[in-house]
Design a protein around this ligand. Structure first.
Ligand code: SF4
Ligand code: SF4
Ligand code: SF4
Length: 327
């Protein structure tokens, strides 16, 4: 599938330029609403904006993720079928949304999925300690060209993210591998948008091929780095008992009344109680795990759930490759 690539010159004001781009897109697509990460007091939360003039608090690159927005997006799509709706999501949110849409058979008419490259996210404490504002975003954008900075400070899920560049979006805002303080690429993936969206007034011009290549090369490089981080993190794990499906079920069943990790997971069905955990449910859940790490972020026992889930997932995938009936 061909992708059309556009350059957006940002004049060292990338968050502001991207907001302006999103406002323009909102108008061009005649949206009823757009969900995007926006500042609320000292943090950033997924927010539904009902006018292009209200996007002033949006920051798609803020290095924090308090909630995986996939479930909010899915709920809104079901509650307002046919409305013109767009959502600005990171790669792990898009992976989760794909799983939910499949499970619930949600119709995607009039929905525009906008993906953003993710540099990684801090814990809430670290985000606040670092100032927690658009200034911090501008700071981390300086390191987009080399694929991010201070990886060890990011949440463990981000350190080993299987792919921080979104797949399956209609349109993406690409920053990894690029001098993102001054230039980003807008990629239009959906044939429908390519045919209907008049994007020229919203961008600077066509993207230079050299920048496109830089972005694609960075994807491979980052995946390699994050896979190495995953190996390093799993080697250091001292939770052998929880590293199998059955071990995990036993562990979760022993967690008394806590269901925090299940409740925050965008994929695990809300309303499903812990007692109903059975092997098939857990295997299906882990196979579609998006790797966002929200479960780990919520665990008061500080269990390294992101690494555990990814480890079991990779074991299950390997078993499935060997023999589809193995799990
Ligand atoms: S898991 Fe990946 S996509 Fe999600 S916030 Fe972390 S780096 Fe970004
Ligand atoms: S299990 Fe954890 S990492 Fe996987 S999708 Fe759910 S919250 Fe995210
Ligand atoms: S969040 Fe932690 S303590 Fe709570 S159920 Fe999950 S693993 Fe157990």
């Amino acid at each position: 599938m061909t992708v059309s690539r556009w350059l957006l010159e940002t004049g060292r004001q990338t968050p502001r330029s991207v907001r302006q781009f999103l406002s323009g897109l909102y108008r061009e697509l005649e949206l009823d609403a757009m969900l995007a990460p926006g500042y609320k007091k000292q943090t950033v939360l997924p927010t539904v904006y009902e006018s292009p003039d209200l996007l002033g608090s949006v920051d798609p690159f803020a290095p924090i993720m308090m909630v995986n927005s996939a479930r909010l997006v899915a709920d809104r799509l079901q509650a307002h079928p046919g409305k013109r709706f767009a959502a600005v999501l990171r790669a792990c949110e898009i992976r989760a949304l794909g799983a939910i849409v499949g499970n619930r058979a949600i119709a995607l008419d009039n929905f525009t999925l906008i993906g953003v490259d993710c540099l990684g996210t801090f814990t809430e404490e670290e985000f606040k300690w670092r100032g927690g504002s658009e200034k911090l975003t501008r700071e981390v954008l300086r390191f987009a060209r080399q694929g991010g900075v201070a990886m060890y400070r990011y949440r463990p899920a981000c350190q080993m993210c299987r792919d921080p560049i979104p797949s399956g979006a209609d349109l993406t805002i690409d920053i990894l591998g690029l001098p993102a303080q001054t230039r980003v690429i807008i990629s239009v993936h959906s044939p429908h948008l390519q045919n209907t969206l008049d994007i020229a007034p919203l961008v600077t011009g066509q993207a230079p091929e050299a920048l496109v290549v830089q972005h694609d090369q960075m994807r491979e490089c980052i995946q390699e780095r994050r896979n190495r981080a995953f190996e390093r993190i799993t080697q250091a794990l001292e939770t052998d008992l929880v590293m199998t499906v059955d071990g995990l079920i036993d562990h979760l069943s022993d967690c008394e009344t806590c269901q925090a990790c299940l409740n925050v997971c965008p994929i695990y069905s809300t309303g499903q109680v812990k007692e109903s955990l059975n092997r098939k449910t857990v295997i299906d859940w882990l196979l579609s795990c998006a790797g966002c790490g929200m479960c780990e972020q919520s665990c008061h026992d500080h269990l390294p759930l992101a690494a555990i889930f990814r480890y079991i997932q990779s074991e299950l995938e390997a078993a499935l490759r060997e023999s589809p009936a193995a799990t």
